[in-house]
Design a binder for this molecule. Structure first.
Ligand SMILES: [Zn+2]
Length: 164
């Protein structure tokens, strides 16, 4: 039987530590990506980064959006973007999580050439243990590195690396 912390407080004793219970979740399930993201993921198999372009305001979204986030018009125009761009934001994670990459690792917001939005992805090829190597990541040109076996998943782009 579990004693709840509030029961101990009522009788004047010290509060019990929070009640915890180890729970394990291991879920495998399919999600429907929809037509827009489905087309984007299918393009990755062929090493193509596809974006939608708004015919009204010209906003180029990657990952693609079915509707423009600026003027709310349907975005039916598809374009292929180059695999290079610029880091506009990033974070370096010093702690890992179960099933994740070994720390330190970096996640970057990358503006691909011609895009109006940022694509979030892994950034690699940089010594993240050296502080000076991460201080100038913003504005750094990077390119996508394709996974050898692509299945229509965001990790068909294995990661981005500096161009120079
Ligand atoms: Zn628009």
């Amino acid at each position: 039987m579990t004693t709840l912390p509030t029961e101990r407080v009522r009788d004047g004793s010290e509060p019990a530590p929070p009640v915890t219970e180890t729970v394990h979740w291991d879920l495998t399930y399919d999600i429907h990506l929809g037509a827009t993201w489905g087309r984007f993921m299918a393009g990755l198999i062929d090493q193509k980064i596809l974006a939608t372009s708004c015919a009204v305001c010209g906003r180029v979204s990657v990952p693609p959006q079915a509707y423009c986030e600026s003027c709310f018009e349907p975005t039916d125009d598809w374009i292929e973007l180059p695999t290079e761009g610029v880091v506009e934001a990033y974070t370096v994670a010093q702690l890992g999580f179960t099933g994740g990459p070994k720390p330190p690792y970096a996640i970057a917001g990358i503006r691909l050439d011609g895009a109006s939005t940022l694509l979030m992805h892994w950034l690699s090829g940089i010594d993240l243990s050296a502080a000076e190597s991460t201080s100038d990541l913003v504005s750094r040109r990077v390119r996508a590195v394709w996974a050898p076996n692509r299945t229509g998943h965001i990790l068909d782009i294995a990661h981005f690396v500096p161009v120079d």
